[in-house]
Design a protein around this ligand. Structure first.
Ligand SMILES: Cc1cc2nc3c(=O)[nH]c(=O)nc-3n(C[C@H](O)[C@H](O)[C@H](O)COP(=O)(O)O)c2cc1C
Length: 215
C-alpha cells in the first residue's frame, strides 16, 4: 500500500530566533523556551523527549522518555539501568536528546554524555513516585521478553501483597541518568523554509560557541 504525503505542507510563522538576542548560556535559552511552550502552547507533555543511543548492535535507537529535571549541569531522566538503553549507555555514553514542540514550531536537539546520577538523588525521586509506579519499576525487567501480560499483572499482585503497609525501596537497577550537554541546537520554524537554527558548542575553555546554521 502506497501513501503519498507530498502534499503535507505547513508554513511556520510562530516565532523567530536571532543571534543577537540569544543568551550566552544555552540552558537559559532552553529554560525560556520550555517555560514559554509549557505556558502558552498546548503540547501535552512538554517534558517528553526522544533519547537516541547507539546500541550494542551498533544501530542507533530512539525512544521517548520524560525529562524530570534540568539544571546548568544537564538533563535528567529515569529508567531501568538494565534496559536496552541502559546497556547501550554503559557501552557508549554519547547520546542525543530531542524535543519537538509542534504547536510552537520548535525543535531542540542536544548531544551529550550520559552518566548515572547519585544513588541519593535516585532514592529521593523514587520515594516521590506514586506507589503503583514504584511497584511497576520492580515488576518490569524493562526490555526483556515476557510471555504474556498476565505474567506482569500476576507479579504486580504478588508484590502488592508482599509490600502492603511497607515502604518500597528503590531497586538498584532503576535510577536516573544525567545528560551533560556538549552541543545544543535550537530550531524555530520560519516561512518559506528559511528556518532559524542556532547551534551552541561547548569549547575547551567551557565557553559556548554560538553559530547560525543554514536551514
Ligand atoms: C510519553 C512517554 C514517556 C515515557 N517515559 C519513559 C521514562 O521516563 N523512562 C523510561 O524508561 N521509559 C519511558 N517510556 C518508555 C520508553 O519509550 C521505552 O519504551 C522504554 O524505556 C524501553 O526502551 P529500551 O528498550 O530502548 O530501553 C516512555 C514512553 C512514552 C511514549
Amino acid at each position: 500500500m502506497d501513501a503519498d504525503l507530498g502534499n503535507y505542507r505547513k508554513s511556520y510563522e510562530k516565532g523567530e530566533l536571532l543571534l543577537n538576542s540569544v543568551p550566552e548560556n544555552p540552558i537559559e535559552l532552553f529554560r525560556d523556551w520550555f517555560i514559554e511552550v509549557d505556558t502558552h502552547f498546548n503540547v501535552g507533555e512538554t517534558n517528553a523527549m526522544t533519547i537516541s543511543t547507539v546500541g550494542l548492535d551498533s544501530y542507533p535507537k530512539s525512544r521517548v522518555v520524560l525529562l524530570k529535571k534540568y539544571t546548568h549541569e544537564g538533563f535528567i531522566f529515569y529508567t531501568n539501568y538494565n534496559s536496552e538503553k541502559g546497556k547501550a549507555i554503559a557501552d557508549n555514553p554519547n547520546v542525543c536528546l530531542s524535543f519537538f514542540w509542534h504547536a510552537a514550531e520548535r525543535q531542540v536537539i542536544i548531544k551529550g554524555k550520559a552518566e548515572k546520577i547519585s544513588e541519593n538523588l535516585s532514592d529521593g525521586y523514587f520515594e516521590s513516585r506514586p506507589r503503583g509506579s514504584q511497584l511497576g519499576a520492580i515488576v518490569s525487567n524493562q526490555s526483556e521478553v515476557v510471555a504474556n501480560r498476565q505474567e506482569l499483572e500476576g507479579k504486580l499482585q504478588d508484590l502488592e501483597a508482599e509490600f502492603e503497609g511497607k515502604d518500597i525501596e528503590r531497586p538498584k537497577n532503576w535510577g536516573g541518568f544525567i545528560i551533560k550537554p556538549v552541543e545544543l541546537e535550537f530550531w524555530q520554524g520560519r516561512p518559506n523554509r528559511l528556518h532559524d537554527r542556532i547551534r551552541y558548542q561547548l569549547q575547551e575553555d567551557y565557553n559556548w560557541k554560538i553559530e547560525r546554521l543554514a536551514p
